[in-house]
Design a protein around this ligand. Structure first.
Ligand SMILES: *Cc1c(COP(=O)(O)O)cnc(C)c1O
Ligand code: SF4
Length: 352
């Protein structure tokens, strides 16, 4: 059996098993939270936990605070932009295509708690419905295969989905959104890379949240993908107690560049029910961007985005670098806080 399949088989998915590994945890509490959003931690990701309440633990071990919440089931109104159950079509030229409800771990802060872990939320027989929607909409040129985690499917299913998409003439770009390079890097096999590399232009966006997650195994996984010609980007979620400070984020972005992963987005946490305790202030996010910009290469500075509630889409926000702006000049503030003037208008005159 392939190593990744063994890790999936040995996954911890009950409160009792988790409690036996961490006897200091409260079994009754785990049981209560598990009923709302299931526990799932595979032995690889579990091995990254160094002690209770560390940044890895917080991402996967249930917390009582998940039960007290003011959030929403579907804060981004993804269902509203879904004419068919497994495609969200919000932007003019690109769609999310949900193919799977399962992930190698269940992240306690997940935006798609309403789907993830629920086998009825994304049934296999819906593949065809989603494909048919994409076929019928020639304005779609970019498909993001999502879930759950699409790379939890077998090679055969992945190949089937991608080949069906490639048959559609108006589809130019195919992407996969997957945490597998972080949460189950053993899944990135040479067999899988062989399938993916036949389908360029093909992109992967993954999801590292903390420097501890950048291990030998995840490095190898990302390098195999990049060596297959697949650009790998990273989407981090800003999480209280996990990565909500500039030093940790700087270290994470530097480590990602070393394994040839390009930081793409930092997300302000969505208003999902049961995740209040993970959310930071927007100011914290802006301070993190200020702590990156100028301090490390522009390659390592992602866009900080808030996904607007009710389906407004991602909106990038940046610390204010404009001190003042009028017809003659713009006064700019650099990363050290020094002010520089630049002319607002070109010197070139049409009458010359
Ligand atoms: C994030 C997202 C996309 C992809 O956005 P990019 O900025 O192109 O990466 C597409 N559709 C929906 C609904 C999204 O939330
Ligand atoms: S891997 Fe992604 S989709 Fe799966 S539980 Fe984590 S955040 Fe949610």
């Amino acid at each position: 059996m392939e190593e990744w399949k063994q890790l999936v088989r040995d996954t911890i998915n009950t409160p009792e098993k988790l409690h036996s590994i961490f006897p200091s945890s409260n079994l009754e509490e785990l049981q209560r939270v598990h009923k709302e959003f299931p526990i799932r931690i595979n032995p690889y990701y579990l091995s990254l936990i160094e002690e209770p309440n560390d940044p890895i633990w917080k991402q996967v071990v249930p917390d009582n605070k998940e039960l007290i919440s003011t959030g929403f089931e579907d804060p981004l109104a993804e269902e509203h932009d879904s004419e068919v159950p497994n495609v969200t079509h919000r932007y003019p030229d690109r769609v999310l295509f949900y193919v799977n409800y399962m992930c190698p771990i269940y992240c306690r802060f997940c935006t798609r708690k309403r789907k993830v872990g629920d086998p009825y939320s994304i049934p296999d027989q819906n593949f065809e419905i989603g494909l048919e929607y994409i076929r019928k909409h020639p304005e779609i040129r970019d498909v993001i295969i999502s879930g759950g985690d699409p790379l939890m499917l077998t090679d055969k299913k992945i190949e089937y989905i991608i080949s069906k998409l490639r048959e559609i003439e108006h589809i130019e770009i195919i992407r996969i959104g997957s945490r597998v390079p972080v949460t189950l890097p053993q899944r990135i096999t040479s067999g899988l890379c062989k399938i993916l590399r036949k389908n360029h232009p093909f992109y992967i966006n993954t999801h590292f949240n903390h420097p501890i997650e950048v291990t030998e195994e995840s490095k190898q996984a990302c390098e195999m993908l990049v060596d297959s010609g697949i650009p790998v980007g990273n989407q981090t979620v800003l999480l209280r107690g996990v990565n909500d400070n500039p030093e940790i984020m700087r270290e994470l972005m530097k480590k990602l560049l070393l394994i040839r992963v390009k930081p793409y987005y930092i997300y302000q946490a969505d208003l999902v029910y049961g995740t209040d305790h993970f959310r930071t202030s927007v100011e914290t996010g802006l301070e993190i961007i200020s702590g990156l910009r100028g301090h490390i290469s522009g390659l390592g500075v992602p866009h900080y985005v808030i996904d607007a509630p009710n389906g407004g889409g991602k909106i990038a926000i940046t610390p204010n670098t404009i001190e003042s702006f009028n017809e003659e000049e713009i006064l700019l503030k650099n990363y050290e806080g020094n002010i520089y003037s630049y002319p607002s208008q070109p010197f070139f005159d049409e009458d010359w």
